[in-house]
Structures are given as structure tokens and as C-alpha cells.
Design a protein around this ligand. Structure first.
Ligand code: SAM
Length: 344
């Protein structure tokens, strides 16, 4: 790999072949996750034990365990295999950073990703995209909501700690899905009330989360489309959140949503947006361009919006805006930001 004078990378043939091969690693990881293999590898065990407990052929089970070892997901010592500490943390159900639902959500996208040509030619949602799939596939819907919940966990403490969360406030968690942000805020401050707005497909997950946090008396779920002006009629709020959701919409709709949200916020009210950061060039950081394409694949109107463009729109609408780095820096230079808008 050579970095040339324009900072683009001159890939070698071997880089390109690795790029093409990388689907194999995804498939292996996703199969191990969905089959429950990592739950069996919390303690050192032989390939025979795994093969018997799963009903898999011993020779092929051994090959799977060896390749998982080569991928650093498992360690092999003598004849026994065992999860690495990071696999225990991230890929077993009682691990503190468990993301198994997210990996399952990715696994369920194999068929969709074989249809890039169809997606790129269609204005309408196609089979396998979220608009059609989540309504009719309870397993996919559950994996999606749990995946989003798992991803939000890293951000919750920073949102709860914002000074804006003090006092008696009415908060809207727009496209709030599982409702974890608002539940955590309401648990921290019993004077908080509010609503989580999302589609019917998120209701059950959100109601479980409200009960887990013990905040059912403070907040409620409302089935509402955040892109429709009618959803905002007669609504007033002190704080609105648009966390990780503006990438479901084309630019024109984003501007409408921001204006509608500005219209419901009281003077001095706050709009919070968490998002993956993207530069104006729509290419950097590389992780952002990848995520933008991922949203195009998963939804009919999805794409990530450049963060400076979002800030411009908010300022035009009448917000004082601040952008803070937020959460950890991801792979391929990816980073997360919290955009805070104060209504003038
Ligand atoms: C990536 S999830 C984010 C959930 C939550 N805000 C978070 O940050 O974890 C995006 C959510 O937007 C919801 N959504 C997408 N389009 C919507 C719309 N037009 N109206 C309401 N919710 C919508 C989806 O159903 C999904 O729950």
C-alpha cells in the first residue's frame, strides 16, 4: 500500500484481493456468533466437545476453530480452544460490551448486499431493505432494535451528564427506537417527562427498556413519522434529540425535519444530534463514506450527511451550534460527534 502525494492510497494487487476476500471473515464471524459457538468457548474445550454438542462433523469443526484462532477471536492451547478476553467481552451474552445483536443484524443483510444493482436503480424500497423487512420479520426487527440499543450504550453516560438535563424538562427522543437515551435521562432526573417517537416496529423494544429503567410513569412511546409535519402539530418541548437518524433521509427532508423540530422547541431549547462525522467532501473519513453507502443499501432514502452541512442548516434555521467529539474513534478514521443546537 503506497500513499501518494494527494493522500489517496495506491493499492497493490494483494490489497485489492484482500478487499475482495474480506467477505469470508465476515461470514465466519457471523456464523460463529449466530450458532452460539462463543458461549461454548468461555472455558477451554476440545473440538470433539464442540462437535458433539453442535452436531457438526469433527473434521470441519476443527477447521472452523482453527480459522477463528487465526482471526484472533479464539486461542488454541494444546488441543483446547477458548475465547480471547475481548471475545468474552464483546461476543458473549453476559459480556459487558456485548454486540451480538449487531453482528446478527449484519448477517441478515447477505441477500440484500447481493442486490447492489437493484438498490442503485430503485427509488422505492426493495425486498430486504428496512422499510419492508422490519415490519414482516420479527427476528430481523428484534436484531435491529437490540443492535441499535447496544450501539447507544457507549454514549448514554455523556448525554445524561449534559447540564441541559437538569430541572423540569419535557424531552422528545425523535426516531428514538429502543428509547434507551430518554429512559436513562428520566431515571437520572425524576422531573423529566417526554416521549419517544418511532414506528410501530420499535414499540415493544422501547416498552421493555422503559420497564427495565423503571420510568414508565415519566415517558411514553408515540408511533409517529418524524418526517411528517402533522406529527408536530400542538407539540412543545424543551429538548429534542435526533440521535443517529438523519441518515435515513435525503437532504431536503433533513432540512424539513430540522425546521419542524425548531418549531416545537421553546426559546432557549436544545436540539441534540449524535451522528457519525463526515467532511463536506462526502468521502472522508473513509468510515463515513462506507456508512453512507451502507445506509443507501439498507433504506430507500438513506445516506450520511456531511457534519458541516448539518451545522449550516441548523444555523440558518436559528440555532447557535456547537460540535463536540463524542465516543470513541472507530476504524478507518471514523469518529462520532454530538451536535448541540441552542434555539435563539
Ligand atoms: C439507527 S436507529 C437510532 C435509534 C436511536 N435514536 C439511537 O440513536 O440509538 C434509527 C431509528 O430511526 C427510526 N426511523 C427511521 N425513519 C423514521 C421516521 N420517518 N419516523 C420515525 N422514526 C424513524 C428507525 O425506526 C430507527 O428506530
Amino acid at each position: 500500500m503506497v500513499v501518494n502525494s494527494h493522500n489517496s492510497i495506491d493499492l497493490t494487487a494483494s490489497d485489492i484481493i484482500s478487499m475482495s476476500d474480506s467477505f469470508q471473515e465476515s461470514a465466519i464471524l457471523q456464523f460463529a456468533n449466530t450458532s452460539g459457538l462463543f458461549e461454548l468457548l468461555k472455558e477451554p474445550v476440545t473440538a470433539e466437545t464442540i462437535s458433539e454438542s453442535k452436531g457438526w462433523l469433527l473434521r470441519k469443526t476443527t477447521l472452523l476453530l482453527n480459522v477463528l484462532t487465526s482471526l484472533s477471536l479464539v486461542v488454541k492451547s494444546d488441543d483446547k480452544y477458548c475465547n480471547t478476553p475481548s471475545t468474552n467481552r464483546v461476543l458473549t451474552k453476559d459480556g459487558p460490551g456485548y454486540v451480538g445483536a449487531l453482528i446478527e443484524h449484519q448477517r441478515l443483510q447477505w441477500q440484500l448486499w447481493s442486490k447492489i444493482g437493484e438498490v442503485i436503480s430503485s427509488e422505492e424500497p426493495i425486498e430486504g431493505q428496512q422499510e419492508l423487512k422490519l415490519k414482516k420479520d420479527p427476528h430481523a426487527n428484534d436484531a435491529f432494535n437490540q443492535a441499535m440499543l447496544q450501539l447507544s450504550k457507549e454514549n448514554i453516560a455523556s448525554i445524561v451528564a449534559l447540564p441541559e438535563m437538569e430541572g423540569e424538562k419535557y424531552i422528545l427522543d425523535l426516531a428514538g427506537g429502543h428509547g434507551t437515551y430518554l429512559s436513562a435521562i428520566a431515571k437520572y432526573n425524576p422531573h423529566i417527562t417526554g416521549q419517544v417517537w418511532d414506528f410501530a416496529t420499535a414499540r415493544e423494544a422501547a416498552q421493555h427498556v422503559f420497564a427495565d429503567y423503571g420510568v414508565e410513569n415519566q415517558i411514553e412511546f408515540r408511533e409517529a413519522d418524524i418526517s411528517k409535519a402533522s406529527s408536530y402539530e400542538s407539540v412543545k418541548a424543551d429538548i429534542a434529540m435526533l440521535n443517529d437518524c438523519l441518515h435515513y433521509f435525503e437532504q431536503e427532508t433533513v432540512v424539513q425535519i430540522l425546521s419542524q423540530v425548531a418549531g416545537v422547541l421553546r426559546k432557549g431549547g436544545t436540539l441534540l444530534i449524535t451522528t457519525i462525522y463526515m467532511d463536506r467532501d462526502c468521502v472522508t473519513p473513509a468510515a463515513a463514506a462506507g456508512f453512507s453507502f451502507y445506509m443507501m443499501m439498507n433504506t430507500a432514502h438513506g445516506q450520511l450527511h456531511p457534519t458541516p452541512w448539518l451545522v449550516d442548516q441548523m444555523e440558518n434555521i436559528g440555532f447557535n451550534v456547537e460540535v463536540r467529539n463524542f465516543g470513541r474513534v472507530g476504524t478507518k478514521g471514523g469518529k462520532y460527534v454530538l451536535i448541540i443546537g441552542q434555539r435563539k
